[in-house]
Design a protein around this ligand. Structure first.
Ligand code: ATP
Length: 400
């Protein structure tokens, strides 16, 4: 199905304050036409407020919303070529699926709706449920009706506010694939708000990570994951080991840093911090990039790898991998995920180990206050607390 659709969504200095509280700091954002864009962040970071300002459901305190070249800031919600799908499906309970989907067309006085509704129901794979009432459908099916009901209006932009939040995990994963397929089919710009990093990363072309009313970083999921620019992003998208290190000097394209007496190489292009000699940076590495070797075999670790020594504090077998918590003097508590291929039975709590990785997998972050983290463990505790608050908020919403 091809749909005529307009241009980019652009936000220019868009902000929202409630009294003395700033929910969204002046925000500049461009969402490319036809893309799947996710606003990702913990509960209360301002993502729903941003979405509601795009929809016209919330008046901005400053700034403007542009759709293509058109400034729609002053337009009421119903005059914007934008539709919103909420977590609560808000279907009409007394109407069957067909009539729920046909609603927008009928309201515009269109009488011949059969073909369009049938096409839309096929798109969301509910052609055989057309005459059921909403209460006769599963949560996932109801969500798909809500989607069809919004898409039939051919909006230029579809806004999705935690649309999968009320679904159980399995259905959620299934619907994520469905949503992505539908978006690719219709080619409409989707802006999706979620606190679930996996959801954002699986579906979106671009993810913008929001924190305390600001977008900290945006980019393609893999790029964000591999090259986080702040400690917050590093901790919110997956898990990161952040090691406080002292800058030595340069070595070719790399920056030499030391932590706990270990010399580590950090590619200059992957360092988001100023790194003057003698300064402090956070050297980051993802747990799955690290290999774990028993100290007895340390000589086998290739010379060019970054390496840190430590003692295994804890292990957790989770099927596809084993997660190790390692204490390393001077580098703190580190996490390592090892795929379960040939398990080394010596890797048990108390074992002396060498953690080593390709220096290319090291990223550098600003360790200064105001740049996401004063200390890595503080930043990550903060993220963990926000994540669990986001989870609790979602659970609370699901229950309503
Ligand atoms: P969640 O995932 O929990 O929905 P969110 O990131 O979407 O969170 P928003 O709903 O955008 O967050 O809220 C951002 C901040 O603005 C929150 O701290 C919230 O308490 C505050 N806020 C939202 N609406 C109002 C309001 N009408 N009056 C005062 N504060 C508000």
């Amino acid at each position: 199905m091809t749909t005529p659709h307009g241009g980019d969504v652009r936000l220019a200095g868009l902000s929202k304050t409630y009294g003395s509280f700033t929910a969204v700091h002046p925000l500049d954002l461009a969402v490319p036409r036809g893309s799947f864009f996710a606003l990702l962040g913990a509960s209360g970071c301002g993502k729903t407020t941003t979405l509601r300002m795009i929809a016209g459901l919330e008046e901005p305190s400053s700034g403007s919303v542009l759709l293509g070249d058109r400034d729609v800031t002053a337009l009421p919600a119903y005059k914007r070529p934008v539709n919103t799908v909420f977590q609560s499906y808000a279907l009409f309970p007394h109407l069957d699926v067909f009539e729920n989907v046909a609603f927008g067309l009928r309201r515009r006085g269109i009488r011949a709706v059969r073909k369009q509704v049938a096409d839309m129901l096929d798109l969301v794979q509910l052609g055989d449920r057309a005459h059921r009432k909403p209460h006769q459908l599963s949560g996932g099916q109801q969500q798909r009706v809500a989607l069809a009901r919004a898409l039939i209006n051919r909006p230029e932009v579809l806004l999705l506010d935690e649309p999968l939040g009320a679904l159980d995990l399995k259905l959620r994963r299934q619907m994520q694939r469905e949503l992505k397929r539908i978006q690719t089919d219709v080619g409409i710009t989707f802006i999706h708000v979620t606190h679930d990093q996996e959801e954002a990363m699986t579906m979106a072309d671009t993810v913008a990570v929001m924190h305390a009313g600001r977008v900290e970083q945006q980019g393609a999921p893999a790029g964000l994951y591999e090259n986080p620019r702040t400690a917050y992003v590093a901790g919110f998208l997956g898990t990161s080991n952040l090691i406080e290190a002292t800058v030595g000097g340069r070595s070719g394209d790399g920056i030499v840093v030391t932590a706990g007496g270990h010399r580590l190489l950090l590619p200059a292009v992957r360092c988001a911090a100023d790194a003057p000699p003698g300064g402090t940076v956070l050297a980051g590495v993802r747990p799955e990039k690290i290999s774990l070797t028993h100290a007895d075999d340390a000589v086998q670790v290739p010379e060019e790898r970054n390496r840190i020594t430590g003692v295994i504090a804890d292990t957790g077998f989770i099927g596809v991998s084993t997660q190790y918590a390692v204490d390393s003097p001077g580098c703190g508590a580190l996490e390592v995920y090892v795929q379960n291929l040939d398990r080394d039975t010596r890797l048990v709590p108390g074992a002396d180990v060498v953690l080593h990785w390709d220096p290319q997998h090291t990223f550098g972050l600003d360790a200064a206050p105001g740049h996401g983290a004063e200390r890595s463990d503080v930043a990550l505790d903060d993220v963990a607390a926000e994540r669990s608050a986001a989870g609790r908020a979602a659970a609370g919403k699901s229950a309503t």
